[in-house]
Structures are given as structure tokens and as C-alpha cells.
Ligand binder design. Structure first.
Ligand code: BG6
Length: 398
């Protein structure tokens, strides 16, 4: 029961389903049976909302038979992160980047959300989910939307979520030939003192559940068509980091000498969501002294400078929004279906082709080498951050 006495939200009922996903369809029906679906009820449902497109549609149907859409809060805690919201502020509260934010100036975009932990005690859940359902279909695709969306006419729940759905609907559907070319899935293997996925509690000894995914996406609209969005997530990587790296196009001609043969012809913008939340711009600068050698340097901003807690609890923010009745940062029914519609063929392909490639990677490494190969066609490479960044560090790459 939410709300302090005397507060506008007093007397509202708030149900929060952080239950096994198999109960998501059952609970609302029971709430209805005992009359708890009052006009003052709200319900928060954890992700993954659905197991595939069909089950997500079915869940949406069940929820719509119990609650109004305005009472349903499909939570994705990434949207509660200050730094995720700051992508919008960065893009739409500044005049200088948005004119460049399109296919004319951007070469490709990388989105990384990796962790240095394994699946911990969640073997049972993870076996039914895998990285695609656990991270990609919700968190990563939300980050794609924040990076790629058009500015909403007004910043409110409807306008914002309309723009999110448009991004999902613009994703070029993946076809048979893309499954091996544009998707790399992996599973961590034992290494040094770390267990492999198949040795984790609750995991089948011959499991083919993916703990790593890298994908190449295309957004077929006027702003982005032809600009690859490379996204990846993985467990048991060298570090935990969530960041978006925007690679601008190269200068048309390099007339300077390059320090160490490394020609910094393309600017990079890094939006770091965690840890050491901040923004880094890489630019070429002349090395002091004789001659004209250029090297890439970084301009960086750390959210620490704003005071407050950028890493503040995303859940607290979202639950408070729900108590206040603001659904902006929650996923609407059409968005959840549009996202599943895109990923459904991938899941179906894996189901129908159990031998489809699943690459092993030693725990504690950056994932299967095949994910590097996936980018080579575009002359691109993953940006792997240093293991132990501190706030004062310059951005560094391995
Ligand atoms: C959760 C996933 O939604 O997000 C976890 O179920 C994952 O597997 C977690 O570890 C990552 O969230 P964060 O905020 O720690 O990056």
C-alpha cells in the first residue's frame, strides 16, 4: 500500500511482481478474483515481460482484462538510471551534437553492458532466459532507443514512448542469413579460478544457454539507415561497464603525421552509464614541439562534478514514479511487443536449430573472437575499457 497518510497517493494500492516470470500471468487474474484491481490499483511487473512474442501478447491481453494500460508499469531498471536519462539531456538539451547525430556524421555506434560476475545463484532463472531475454530484449534495446530516437515534441509519457516504439519498429528484421553473420552468442568456460557456466548451480551439464550476445542492428529510417548499431552483453567479462560509444566519420583526408602510426581521424564520444559515470570526447591534438604530429586526447566530464548520486538507486526512482503515477520511464504494451517482434525470429531460429553456433569464451575475457570478426567487415572494433578505471583516469583502452 503506497503513499503517506494525507499524501495524494494515500490509499492507492501498489502491487510489485518481482516473482518468477511464470507467475506474471497468474497474479493479476487472482487480484481480479478478489477485487483488488480497483481504479486506485497499480501494478509493477518485472522483466522479462513474456518469453517470446506470443507469450508477451498473451500477457498483455491478460493485463488489459484486469487493469487499464495507465495502471500497468512494466519496469526496466535501466531506464531508472540517472545516466540513461542523461542520454536524453545530453542529446536534447544541447544544440551542438544533435545536428551531427545521424548517418551523415556517424559511422557506427557500440552499446556495451557487460559484467564481471557470473550468474550467481540464479541458475534456474537464467537457464530459461539466457542473455537475450535477460538483457538484450529489454535493457540493451532501451539504450538503442535512447540513442537513436527522435526528440519527442513534449517530454511526457505518451510522446516519449511513441518515439521509443518508432525506433523498435524501424529495426530491420533479421533474416536467415543474418543469424550467423550478425549475431554471435557465447557461453563462459572455466578459467583459472572461475567456474564455467555449465558448472554453475542449477545449470544443465550440457546447457546451450547463452551468457554472451553480440549483435549488429540496422535502424531503417532517415536518420540511421546504414549506420550499424553493435550491441553486446555478457557475464564473466573482465569488468563491469555499461556505455555507448558513438564513432563519428573519419576526416576525409589525413594530412598530419600520426604519433606511433595511430592516426586519430575519427572522433569518438563515449557516454558511460556505469561505473564512473561520465562523458568522454576523443579529439585529435598536435603534440607539442617541432613537426606536426597528432595524437588523440580525451576531454572528459564526470557526473561527480554535478554533485548528487548519479548511481542513485534506479529502482527507488522508478517505484517512486509509479507511486506518483508517472509511467514515462516504464515500457508500454506496444513497445514490449515491438521489441519481441524483432527478437522472436532469433529465438525461433535457435530453438529450431539447436546446433546453431554457440561459442565458448574463457571466464574473465571479452567474449568469443567471432564477435570481433562480426565488426571487421565495417572496419570496426569493440572499445574495451580498462579494467580498473578511476574517476580521475583518462579514458583508456586495452
Ligand atoms: C538485470 C539482469 O535485469 O540486470 C541481471 O537480470 C543483470 O542479470 C542486471 O546482472 C544488470 O543490472 P545493473 O544495473 O547491475 O547493470
Amino acid at each position: 500500500i503506497a503513499g503517506l497518510t494525507g499524501d495524494a497517493s494515500s490509499g492507492n494500492l501498489l502491487f510489485y511482481l518481482a516473482t518468477p516470470p511464470s507467475l506474471y500471468g497468474l497474479v493479476p487474474l487472482h487480484l481480479k478474483a478478489v477485487g483488488l484491481n480497483t481504479p486506485r490499483s497499480r501494478i509493477i511487473v518485472e522483466k522479462p515481460f513474456g518469453y517470446d512474442l506470443r507469450s508477451a501478447r498473451e500477457l498483455n491481453r491478460i493485463y488489459a482484462s484486469v487493469f487499464d494500460e495507465r495502471q500497468i508499469y512494466r519496469i526496466d531498471h535501466f531506464l531508472g538510471k540517472e545516466t540513461a536519462q542523461n542520454i536524453l539531456a545530453f542529446r536534447f538539451a544541447n544544440g551542438i551534437f544533435e545536428p551531427l547525430w545521424n548517418r551523415n556524421y556517424i559511422d557506427y555506434v557500440e552499446i556495451t553492458a557487460v559484467e564481471n560476475l557470473g550468474i550467481e545463484q540464479r541458475g534456474g532463472f537464467y537457464e530459461t532466459a539466457g542473455a537475450l531475454r535477460d538483457m538484450v530484449q529489454n535493457h540493451l534495446i532501451q539504450l538503442v532507443a535512447l540513442t537513436a530516437m527522435e526528440p519527442p515534441a513534449v517530454f511526457d509519457a505518451d510522446h516519449f514512448r511513441n518515439e521509443v516504439v518508432k525506433v523498435y519498429e524501424s529495426l530491420t528484421p533479421l533474416s536467415e542469413k543474418d543469424f550467423s553473420k550478425h549475431i554471435v552468442r557465447g557461453q563462459y568456460l572455466p578459467s583459472a579460478n572461475k567456474k564455467g557456466y555449465r558448472q554453475e548451480k542449477g545449470v544443465a551439464p550440457g546447457s546451450r544457454t547463452e551468457t554472451y550476445i553480440a549483435m549488429k542492428l540496422n535502424i531503417a529510417n532517415w536518420r540511421w539507415n546504414g549506420v550499424p548499431f553493435y550491441i553486446r552483453t555478457g557475464k564473466q567479462m573482465p569488468t563491469k561497464v555499461t556505455e555507448i560509444v558513438v564513432h563519428f566519420r573519419e576526416t576525409p583526408h589525413q594530412m598530419f603525421h600520426c604519433a606511433g602510426g595511430n592516426c586519430p581521424r575519427a572522433n569518438k564520444l563515449i557516454l558511460r552509464l556505469q561505473p564512473n559515470e561520465g562523458i568522454v570526447l576523443k579529439i585529435g591534438m598536435k603534440l607539442p614541439g617541432a613537426g606536426f604530429e597528432v595524437r588523440q586526447v580525451t576531454m572528459d566530464f564526470s557526473y561527480d562534478q554535478l554533485g548528487g548520486v548519479p548511481g542513485g538507486d534506479a529502482y527507488a526512482r522508478l517505484i517512486d514514479d509509479c507511486i506518483q503515477g508517472d509511467p514515462t520511464l516504464f515500457t508500454r504494451s506496444d513497445a514490449v511487443e515491438a521489441s519481441w517482434k524483432f527478437f522472436d525470429p532469433v529465438l525461433r531460429h535457435w530453438k529450431e536449430n539447436p546446433d546453431a553456433p554457440l561459442y565458448g569464451y574463457p571466464a574473465g575475457t571479452w567474449g568469443p573472437l567471432e564477435s570481433e570478426a562480426m565488426m571487421h567487415g565495417h572496419g570496426a572494433a569493440w572499445t574495451n575499457p580498462c579494467k580498473n578505471l578511476t574517476n580521475t583516469d583518462q579514458y583508456c583502452e586495452l
